[in-house]
Design a protein around this ligand. Structure first.
Ligand SMILES: [Fe+2]
Ligand SMILES: [Fe+2]
Length: 281
């Protein structure tokens, strides 16, 4: 049976072909990536609460779309977590997630105001488009690099959702009544959001997902080390075409030509950096 389907919005865990699982084709590096991604996705409710504060007073449709988005992100976490538990019965999504939550809480989640840390709703939507560009290209890369049939299906379903999330935030960006931001401001927001990928979120998720509690004393968390390992793990999954697609989506979000020189340059720089991180690790 083929998994080359176009997956529609609103799928449930019951629709996933769990019986396609083939343990002999599980790749350890891919599994490490799945475990880390599960924790980040499962943390969606905090992002929903934050985004609802930023869109306080917006139309019920917008608030409803944010809630739907968050429910889909949480489901990504559950799907990846269940897969990881099948592939490695010593992995427990809830336990790993509890450790991650304990050690990771960015400042915007504990703030009570309704201001976006990006300065405006438009800025917030550009940052969201950057994230969804990243996740959409990442799960597409995972789907294409993976030989295990069940994970191919799960990654394919998630990649399709992430692309729809990008479109949701792109349309929300353009529906804002306030004037467009200047190009340099938009570029700055996009670059800042990409740079935040170096913060604790991905590195600590990778750590909590892949270092067992009983190994913590011997392998304590260090941001630089686990950021490098997490990034190298990503480098082993991505191919050049997915990085270019990622850059095209980011360029479109900031109003630049998706096929112009900036997209080409940014794609080459990110690709080179990924390769370097992969080699260094
Ligand atoms: Fe997701
Ligand atoms: Fe998403």
């Amino acid at each position: 049976m083929t998994v080359a389907n176009v997956y529609k919005q609103g799928w449930t865990l019951d629709e996933v072909h769990w019986d396609w699982f083939d343990p002999s084709r599980v790749d350890p590096a891919m599994l490490a990536a799945v475990k880390a991604a599960a924790l980040v996705e499962y943390n969606a409710p905090d992002y929903v609460a934050y985004l609802k504060r930023v869109f306080h007073g917006a139309s019920p449709e917008t608030i409803g779309a944010i809630e739907q988005w968050g429910a889909e992100e949480s489901q990504h976490g559950r799907a990846l977590g269940r897969y990881a538990e099948m592939a490695d019965p010593t992995f427990k999504l809830e336990d790993a997630f509890a450790r991650f939550r304990k050690g990771y809480s960015p400042p915007q989640f504990s703030s009570v105001g309704d201001a976006s840390i990006r300065g405006s709703r438009r800025g917030e939507m550009i940052a969201r488009c950057v994230v969804e560009s990243g996740t959409s290209s990442y799960y597409s890369a995972m789907r294409d690099a993976c030989e295990e049939p069940l994970l191919r299906e799960i990654a394919g379903r998630i990649a399709a959702d992430e692309y729809r999330h990008y479109k949701l935030f792109y349309n929300t960006l353009h529906a804002q009544p306030d004037p467009d931001l200047g190009f340099w401001k938009k570029l700055w927001i996009a670059v800042s959001r990409v740079r935040e990928s170096d913060d604790d979120e991905l590195a600590y998720a990778y750590y909590c997902a892949n270092v067992k509690p009983e190994e913590e004393a011997a392998r304590p968390y260090d941001r630089k080390t686990y950021s490098r390992l997490s990034s190298a793990n990503g480098a082993s999954i991505y191919s050049r075409k997915h990085i270019q697609k990622l850059m095209q989506m980011v360029m479109k979000a900031i109003g630049a030509n998706p096929h112009g020189w900036l997209a080409e340059l940014a794609g080459s720089l990110v690709w080179r950096r990924l390769q370097k991180n992969g080699a260094a690790a």
